[in-house]
Design a protein around this ligand. Structure first.
Ligand SMILES: C[S@@+](CC[C@H](N)C(=O)[O-])C[C@H]1O[C@@H](n2cnc3c(N)ncnc32)[C@H](O)[C@@H]1O
Length: 317
């Protein structure tokens, strides 16, 4: 089990805006990863570096932490924390591992014929507070911004293209499949009638007018929540990337190496559960979490984002 102490990363976002991000299920993730000093670890979703920092602290020299993120803005913030930052104040520079940060999708881990050299992989998937809080990135219906939603600014499709160019049926399918939104057809029809839609506020208004809550559960969340989730997942190919990572993990992990995934909605959690179950039935993974690990009440109270988090872990046999 890892050490109990954890830090909260602070960084500076685009335009010098201070950002704070509280890593979710930090102690649990680090404990399940069971970091071996001097090993090779992949943080597939560096974000603002919260989990990476704790991994690096335990890894020490001559360990190697490879951190990936699709979002170059996140890596800029993480760099200060994980590569230089406070590292030397904590353990001394000589005992800090080599840290390589790469602006790549974790789906790329699946490419090529890589040898089984990795001691552990962490993936804390989904969107970061840096992305959500920046209206110009277009992830949130809470603030008006362009309909972008790309984690990787070089990504080939934006939410604006999806919203304005898919036909009504395709759009309804996306909203249903990736948002599990029962009102998908009604919403898709309203979107198509309101085109062109260029901003998050305009889209949220169109959805709110089309999809009145039908029961108490629907009244508890903003009517646009599920559609925005669906568009984000589709724009960023999130489920395909996750599948690719989970297929590659058992190939690149050393025996005894661990893969830990934190997900934030049922679609992702199902993919992780099924992949681990398949790995176990084929005899190349041992599942360490019979049920997903969730946040304590205290963590959920302090960090609302933790409420929906589910952690699953497995070990390469
Ligand atoms: C929830 S945040 C990670 C937060 C991080 N664990 C921390 O403590 O700061 C998720 C990050 O994963 C990145 N991401 C999502 N999908 C990705 C993918 N396929 N490849 C690489 N990074 C991805 C996002 O850009 C985002 O920065």
């Amino acid at each position: 089990m890892g050490e109990g102490s954890t830090d909260t990363p602070q960084g500076v976002g685009r335009g010098g805006r201070a950002t704070s991000h509280v890593p979710v299920l930090l102690k649990e993730a680090i404990d399940f990863l069971a970091v071996r000093r001097g090993g090779i670890y992949i943080d597939a979703t560096v974000g603002l570096g919260g989990h990476s920092y704790e991994i690096a602290k335990r890894l020490g020299a001559p360990g190697h932490l490879i951190g990936l993120d699709k979002d170059p803005a996140a890596l800029e913030v993480a760099k200060g924390k994980v590569v230089v930052g406070r590292s030397s104040l904590v353990v001394g520079e000589s005992d800090w591992p080599t840290v390589t940060l790469l602006n790549r999708s974790f789906a790329e881990i699946a490419k090529g014929n890589k040898p089984a050299t990795i001691d552990g992989i962490l993936a804390d998937i989904g969107v970061s507070s840096l992305q959500l809080d920046d209206a110009a990135r277009g992830f949130s219906f809470q603030a008006d911004g362009p309909l972008d939603m790309r984690m990787d600014p070089r990504g080939e499709r934006t939410a604006e293209q999806v919203v304005n160019h898919l036909d009504e049926r395709q759009l309804a399918d996306v909203i249903y499949e990736f948002g599990e939104e029962r009102r998908s057809r009604r919403i898709a029809r309203a979107i198509c009638r309101s085109r062109p839609i260029r901003s998050t506020a305009h889209l949220a208004d169109v959805i709110s007018a089309a999809a009145r809550p039908m029961n108490q559960a629907e009244r508890r969340i903003h009517p646009a929540t599920k559609t925005f989730q669906a568009l984000r997942i589709f724009v960023n190919r999130e489920l395909e990337d996750l599948q690719a990572l989970l297929e590659a993990a058992p190939r690149i992990l050393k025996p005894g190496g661990r893969v830990v995934v934190i997900s934030f909605h049922s679609l992702e959690d199902r993919i992780v559960k099924d992949a681990f179950r398949e790995g176990a039935s084929n005899g190349y993974l041992s599942v360490l979490t019979k049920k997903p690990v969730t946040a304590t009440e205290l963590e959920s109270d302090r960090n609302p984002r933790a409420r929906s988090a589910k952690l699953r872990a497995a070990e390469k046999v």
